[in-house]
Write a protein that binds this ligand. Structure first.
Ligand SMILES: Cc1cc2nc3c(=O)[nH]c(=O)nc-3n(C[C@H](O)[C@H](O)[C@H](O)COP(=O)(O)OP(=O)(O)OC[C@H]3O[C@@H](n4cnc5c(N)ncnc54)[C@H](O)[C@@H]3O)c2cc1C
Ligand code: FES
Length: 272
């Protein structure tokens, strides 16, 4: 059920990047889950937009997202977003005190960590947003962050002090190693590693391949355009490899309701 949530803050972090705080009590959020935000009360844009839940805010009693009741839960959620089109441009103009329609928390999120595993988080640009709750829960391991340039490394600020080693790769070499973040991955992996990746499709595909070669498990958080966010419209379908021997209609998984987190080897990357 969609609820109306008041905007607590909608702060610019850097040019085109915003941190949005919403007052809506939430039940326990699994790292990697997302919400659908209705950015306009009118018909344009008609569809809600999906955003990973960056973190939860405080504790309170109030209207609870994802339930019909009122109970003692987090007092809100925060979302980090980058302006890329009409919906996010409208969102960036919203002010504290205005309200937004919010649906969620949605999706499966990342599974609990297997005992003895060695976590390696791989983030490309804004792909870092859905990894904050995971990093905080893990409290150890390594975070590999890839960006176009040093200007995007402000996204790492909240991750410092969580207990993870942080390594950076930038395309222009202005921070960390010069090149792609997946160039850092190979040296980090052992068969005990578990890779949690979020970012552009090319990065996820490479992370899954590198992890597979090293015998490590890789979980990828996929992004697709979403219309409903709840498994009804079939608009976010991706082809899944593991089911090729089954009936044709079982080849597909819905990113919104089966995911957005999938084992990397399950995705048919050539058809994405
Ligand atoms: C599960 C999930 C979680 C997400 N979490 C976040 C998040 O935490 N923060 C965040 O900023 N975004 C996140 N996104 C992406 C976000 O939903 C889109 O950026 C947003 O819907 C774009 O809406 P728009 O109306 O501004 O752009 P549109 O008008 O829909 O698209 C404008 C242009 O931007 C392109 N575009 C769309 N999405 C992206 C993208 N992610 N990166 C680059 N170009 C894009 C489109 O192809 C199009 O060319 C997530 C997406 C999914 C599916
Ligand atoms: S967005 Fe409608 S089924 Fe996934």
């Amino acid at each position: 059920m969609e609820i109306k949530a008041e905007i607590i803050h909608n702060d610019s972090m850097a040019k085109g990047y915003f941190k949005l705080g919403l007052a809506c009590a939430v039940p326990e959020v699994r790292p990697g889950q997302f919400v659908m935000l209705r950015v306009s009360d009118g018909l344009d844009p008609l569809l809600r937009r999906p955003f990973g839940i960056y973190r939860t805010l405080g504790q309170t009693r109030g209207r609870t997202l994802g339930t019909r009741g009122s109970s003692s839960k987090s007092k809100g959620i925060e979302v980090l977003y980058r302006v890329v089109g009409k919906g996010t441009a409208i969102l960036s103009g919203k002010r504290p005190g205005e309200t937004l329609g919010v649906l969620g928390p949605l999706g499966n999120g990342f599974p609990d960590r297997a005992e003895g595993s060695n976590p390696v988080l791989v983030a490309g640009g804004m792909g870092i947003a859905p990894l904050y709750l995971l990093a905080r829960r893990l409290g150890e391991g390594t975070l590999l962050f890839g960006a176009r340039s040093k200007a995007e490394t402000f996204l790492l600020k909240d991750f410092r002090g969580l207990g993870l080693k942080i390594k950076t790769a930038t395309e222009d070499g202005s921070a960390g190693i010069k090149g792609l973040v997946t160039g850092l991955l190979e040296n980090e992996l052992t068969p005990e590693s578990i890779v949690y990746a979020c970012g552009p499709v090319g990065m996820l595909k490479a992370a899954a391949a590198i992890s597979g070669k090293a015998g490590a498990r890789c979980l990828v958080s996929l992004e697709r355009s979403m219309a409903c966010g709840i498994g009804v419209c079939l608009g976010c379908a991706v082809r899944a490899k593991a089911h090729k021997e089954e009936k044709e209609n079982r080849f597909y998984k819905m990113v919104c309701s089966d995911g957005p987190v999938f084992p990397g080897e399950e995705i048919d990357w050539d058809l994405l």
